[in-house]
Design a protein. Structure first.
Length: 406
């Protein structure tokens, strides 16, 4: 038996670095198999391996020409390779090498290991994680150019390992964010529902107080009650918007419905309870749509509601266009409203971003509706664009990709 490989003092740090990559004992992957295939072709060797040297075992991520999964560390030539003082370890005629001539793999009757060349897999911290090696069943040699090629392939192996680690971190972060997002949605839902009932009680109580004590309340007291009721409605709308924002993902499923755009717009207009002079012009062509109706309804409801609320004209005019393109549906909402200042337009789709101006009823916005619209549009593979002139009106265009919703 050959002498066991000398384990260096820094091996604990090296093994810790290897285990940090979470690549040990993972499934076979085509990218690694392609590298061992290339290594054999470049060197004209029948066997090539990608090994990782763990604390007690050497595990093989990819093998060509040899059916191996893992071996004891003391039996693997790769163990000697990572403990060598150089980054390349070559044994040209192992059966005549005094140190290895009695090695179990060398004295095999069938397919004995007679040649070994391994280049170390070195990470950015300088840790030797394992090797990319080639093996022959007869004594052989390897040229300098072939060694350089193996070193280039070894660097690609390290890049794959680092990419694996990055993807692993990304997936863990994604799961953590999904968990936190679920918790946030649950919190928003509970808080919203729990706050709605007290607000409803406040609104009802103000009406009762005003009706019961109308004769004894002076004008200031009545104004305070009116302000309290208005603030309660404003907060209720805020809570409703917040709840809709966090529940908007429920509309982003794969449910597809057949309906026409005029039918959908009529439903939206009916639900808005418009009590002032208004001209809403539907698309000239009544296009048949095949998409998620509830998601599109929420988008259009928010946009049309904004056009109605933020308008100081005696007659509100809203033009709606809808077109079917080869890859997407295109929508355009144009109004003659108050418009949006240039310095506010870049943040208009940001959650809680507001203009600070009052709507037709004297209420200020909460900055949730347009953020929800953008969120849904992007979930359906679309884009949204706003152009606006202050005091003249606003135009909002958006698309929904047909491949995603059909």
């Amino acid at each position: 038996m050959p002498r066991d490989p000398i384990i260096k003092e820094n091996d604990v740090a090296r093994v810790a670095a290897l285990q940090k990559y979470n690549v040990l004992y993972t499934d076979k992957e085509e990218e690694y198999d392609q590298i061992t295939q290339l290594a054999s072709q470049i060197t004209d060797m029948p066997i090539s391996l990608i090994s990782f040297v763990d604390e007690d075992d050497v595990w093989y991520k990819s093998t060509k020409g040899m059916n191996l999964c893992a071996v004891d560390r003391e039996l693997s030539f790769c163990s000697y390779a990572i403990e060598a003082n150089t980054n390349v370890f070559i044994l040209e005629d192992i059966k005549n090498n005094p140190q290895f001539k009695n090695h179990p793999f060398v004295i095999l009757e069938e397919n004995p290991v007679q040649f070994y060349a391994g280049v170390c897999l070195i990470d950015k911290e300088g840790h030797k994680l394992g090797t990319l090696c080639v093996i022959d069943n007869k004594p052989n040699t390897i040229s300098d150019s072939q060694i350089k090629s193996l070193q280039t392939l070894a660097k690609q192996v390290v890049k794959l390992i680092e990419l694996h680690q990055a993807n692993d971190v990304l997936n863990k972060t994604k799961k953590s964010l999904q968990h936190k997002n679920t918790e946030l949605k649950s919190f928003a839902g509970v808080v919203s529902h729990d706050m709605k009932m007290p607000l409803a009680n406040i609104i009802i109580t103000t009406d009762i107080l005003k009706a019961k004590y109308s004769k004894v309340l002076d004008s200031n007291a009545k104004e305070h009650l009116k302000s309290l009721k208005r603030s309660s409605f404003s907060l209720s709308d805020y809570i409703t918007g917040l709840l809709e924002h966090y529940e908007s993902d429920q509309h982003c499923d794969n449910q597809v419905h057949e309906f026409d755009i005029h039918e959908l717009l009529e439903e939206i207009i009916d639900s808005l309870n418009i009590d002032f002079e208004c001209d809403i012009n539907f698309p000239e062509k009544n296009i048949e749509l095949n998409c998620n109706k509830e998601a599109l309804k929420q988008i259009l409801f928010n946009l049309i509601a904004n056009s109605l609320k933020y308008n100081d004209k005696s007659t509100v005019v809203i033009d709606i266009d809808c077109q079917e393109k080869s890859l997407h549906y295109y929508f355009k909402i144009t109004d003659n409203g108050t418009g949006i200042p240039k310095d506010k337009q870049k943040d208009i789709f940001t959650l809680f971003s507001t203009l600070g101006k009052k709507d037709r009823k004297g209420n200020t916005g909460n900055g949730i509706g347009l953020s929800t619209v953008k969120k849904i549009v992007e979930r359906f593979g679309g884009e949204i664009l706003l152009t606006s002139d202050e005091d003249k009106g606003t135009k909002i265009e958006f698309t929904i990709a047909k491949e995603i919703i059909n």
